[in-house]
Design a protein around this ligand. Structure first.
Ligand SMILES: [Zn+2]
Length: 258
């Protein structure tokens, strides 16, 4: 366990891009944010994802990215680039490892199969994975890279996708990357994985096999790479913040709505 609280894990907004209509399935393009997460522990700072790298002309035209410099994003949480000790990428697409070359010399933790896929081409930007000082800590499956920091394979978006579980003083946080596009999609799979425990019988939806592994950490919070929404578990008597339900005492509809 780390000597940090869950709310000490910091989110960094690293930019936005527009996912084209052909990728959304909704009939409209979608503006998506790109988030990284910073975890401070006894031995230094771990950065989970580093933002949008410079794409080639085709990629730039396709996703129309707007970047926030990693150094500027880190400044908002009082951290300098040189203080980062370890980088973990959920995967190596250009919108997740864009700042890696700025952190040359620092080990990049990823799945061996993910780097192999990236090196085969037509996958990411080569200059983001092969740069002066690039060094990798390659994993073949699950690993506890530091006491209380677990890397868990979560294939789906890509075969080599991975998530991180941080065991804090007051509970665990899952940095799920792009295991799911949205917190709602995570929520649906979490319920699917728990359906039999809840007493439901077949037919039931299938959840990724690794959901049970992540849920075994009893996460207090799950955060994602492209969604600002945060998943929190089912709890009886959940205390909603005033921001979620303002003036609840004077608005009985707020207590009874679906
Ligand atoms: Zn992405």
């Amino acid at each position: 366990m780390l000597n940090v609280r869950t709310d000490e894990i910091r989110r960094l907004l690293l930019g936005t891009f527009v996912r084209p209509v052909t990728e959304t399935g909704t009939g409209q393009p979608r503006v998506e944010a790109v988030y990284g997460y910073l975890v401070r522990h006894d031995h230094g700072l771990v950065l989970f994802d580093t933002g949008l790298g410079l794409g080639d002309g085709e990629t730039e035209d396709w996703y129309r990215p707007r970047r926030i410099a990693l150094t500027d994003a880190l400044t908002t949480v009082g951290v300098a680039l040189h203080e980062i000790n370890v980088v973990v990428n959920c995967h190596l697409h250009f919108d997740h490892c864009g700042g890696n070359p700025m952190l040359a010399g620092r080990p990049v933790v990823c799945q061996r199969r993910e780097l192999a896929a990236a090196e085969q081409g037509n996958y990411t930007m080569e200059h983001l994975i092969d740069y002066p000082g690039s060094t990798y800590d390659l994993l073949d499956g699950e690993a506890e890279i530091s006491p209380g920091i677990h890397v868990i394979p979560t294939p789906g978006h890509v075969d080599g996708h991975q998530s991180v579980v941080v065991e804090c003083e007051d509970g665990s946080v899952v940095l799920a990357g792009q295991s799911h596009d949205t917190a709602s999609a995570w929520s649906a799979d979490a319920l699917a994985a728990s359906a039999k425990t809840l007493g439901h019988t077949e037919p039931l939806p299938l959840a990724p096999v690794w959901m049970e592994r992540l849920l075994a950490f009893d996460p207090k919070r799950v955060v994602l790479a492209h969604d600002a929404a945060v998943w929190e578990p089912n709890t009886t008597g959940l205390h909603l913040s005033s921001a979620a339900c303002p003036d609840v005492a004077r608005r009985p509809d707020c207590e009874t709505g679906a």
